[in-house]
Design a protein around this ligand. Structure first.
Ligand code: GDP
Length: 298
């Protein structure tokens, strides 16, 4: 939580500060509420949530003004209200007919491989047997990185030759994971070649379903908090093309732009499983709506 708070509070544009400086100077009238709405929208919270907050502040009891702390509390409460129902742990219970299959998708650089490494470490520590599939066959570095993460958690890593067919590799990985509790599949994220990438991902899903009709049991999309508004488009695309069952937002240790998660939550209502707060193996925290809301508003 402390790292999240430092991250979200790092920028000079810290939302809480901007908001309180606005209100220690002015009364809550139509024009200052409009200014507030602009600040909230600039902080990527989304129009809906921004309006819910200003609506609440235009209630009569704030007409004489509001203390900075009280204002931050209103902000935090509204943000928490949007996020709380979506804070859901990732359940990875092994089904009877094979491993739990977790597919991880997202644009290159958003933290897929790192997140897989962190999840693998948690699951291994909980006593699960794991197989990791290096499905980002396009980038040799991604394969190497996954192997390193696999070693750290004692997971078996299935990797192919450079540029190997990703769906073929996934097929092999399902075989290798027959007796495992959990199979986690890394994928490519070349959004600059969207059509090709989506074709590759849908083919992977088809191959999985052919072997295990109920799988993938979860499809996680990783989002990089530092990209701000762009993350919203990424959810749209991946959700439409491959189906997404849950989100992980990474790099919240280094940015004040986490507000976009509120807009995404309001629009998509997808479960949020984890947040990434660093590059280390333990830097993945279960998503806690209250902590996040307070870090944003603080
Ligand atoms: P991929 O291309 O989606 O697989 O992304 P990677 O897992 O390779 O991550 C890209 C970069 O972001 C790497 O340098 C990671 O160490 C870094 N990274 C991933 N998650 C986090 C995080 O939560 N915080 C920070 N600060 N860096 C992260």
């Amino acid at each position: 939580f402390q790292r999240l708070r430092t991250g979200l509070g790092r920028s000079s544009n810290r939302l809480g500060d901007r908001v309180s400086s606005l209100f220690t100077k002015k009364k809550l009238d139509a024009s200052s509420l409009q200014d507030l709405e602009d600040i909230l929208i600039e902080a990527d919270l989304g129009v809906e949530t921004a309006m819910a907050i200003t609506d609440r502040l235009s209630e009569g009891r704030y007409a004489k003004g509001i203390e900075a702390e009280e204002l931050q509390e209103v902000l935090a409460e509204e943000v928490e209200r949007v996020l709380a129902p979506l804070a859901q742990p990732l359940e990875t219970k092994k089904p009877a007919n094979g491993p739990f299959v977790l597919l991880v998708v997202g644009v290159n650089g958003t933290g897929k491989t790192t997140t897989i490494g962190k999840i693998a470490a948690k699951e291994a520590a909980a006593g699960k047997t794991l197989v990791l599939a290096a499905g980002d066959t396009f980038r040799a570095a991604a394969v190497e990185q996954l192997k390193i993460w696999g070693e750290r958690s004692g997971a078996k890593v299935v990797a192919g030759a450079p540029k190997a067919d990703a769906a073929g590799l996934v097929y092999e990985a399902i075989d290798a994971a027959r007796d495992a509790d959990l199979l986690i599949i890394d994928t490519a994220g070349r959004l600059q070649n969207k059509a090709e990438l989506m074709a590759e991902l849908t083919k992977i899903v088809r191959v999985i379903k052919r072997r295990l009709p109920d799988a993938p049991h979860a499809v996680i999309l990783t989002l990089d908090a530092t990209t701000g508004q762009n993350a919203l488009n990424q959810v749209d695309i991946f959700r439409r093309e491959v189906g997404v069952t849950g989100l992980v937002m990474t790099k919240l240790d280094g940015t004040a732009r986490g507000g976009i998660l509120v807009a995404i939550a309001a629009k998509h209502e997808l479960p949020i499983h984890f947040i990434g707060v660093g590059e280390g193996i333990d830097d993945l925290a279960p998503f806690a709506a209250g902590d996040f809301a307070r870090a944003i508003a603080g």
